[in-house]
Design a protein around this ligand. Sequence first.
Ligand code: PDD
Length: 288
Amino acid sequence: MERTVYVNGEFLPESEAKVSIFDRGFLFADAIYEVTAVVDGKLLDNDGHIARLARSCNELELTNPFTAESLTELQKEIARRNNLIEGGIYLQVTRGNAGDRDFAYPAEDVPPTVVMFTQSRSVVETPKAEKGVKVISIPDIRWHRRDIKTTQLLSACMAKQAAIKAGASDTWLIEDGYVTEGSSNNVYIVTKEGKVVTRPLSNDILHGITRAALLKMASDANIEIEERLFTIEEAYDAEEAFLSSASTFVWPVVQIDDKTIGSGKPGPVAKKLREIYLEIAKSTGISI
Ligand code: PDD
């Protein structure tokens, strides 16, 4: 069945949606995006995604076409039109179509391009959450503004492909000897003392909305958090490892490279955080 998608103010069947070849999103990846999870017909953690969208726009001097209210209404509308109960809503804003290929930003009267679509899929009950995933480590070859959620994602695609070739689900990226994050998620280890360790916020990683929620929930549940750098060797020796994002929530990581993590099964901290996250995010979610 065709989805109804959103392009620049119009809801259209996906086969009729068009964006110009001169769009700067297409030519330069001059664009930002957000993914909001939907569970039980509710938008999860959406205020965080809207706030990060505004921040990404601000960092790139990109016109933010939305207020928090107008964007939420559009997200609800596209979810309703597609009967979306579980999955996600993808939203992209580009610097628009200046009619030619020119590196410099166009004049201010070029309106941004806005595209939205839904993805219906099981995100709560999934074998990866139940059994955990394998990851491999590879060098982090990305640019130095990873805090901005741009659509410049070729290195993430390459990383994912390397994982698939190695029979794994994802990659943990290494820079200067330390783990930064996953190809499309934030990453954590749990020490023998039960502390959750994750890299502190900086321009080196995306400031995950799920990460922020999880750290708050962990601290409310008396789980100790240490925001500091860690190496892949420390991760090999950890009690547990896990990753987070709006499309995974929490997935336990049971193998990194050829090393089994902890018991090789999803650990209690990852399981508990996934459970708490889903419970709280659903109870505070916005009904479509
Ligand atoms: N990815 N780090 C990177 C590099 C990411 O691409 C993402 C999200 C995250 C987690 O952020 P959040 O918790 O706000 O989803 C961390 C999305 C889901 C994607 O690209 O599809």
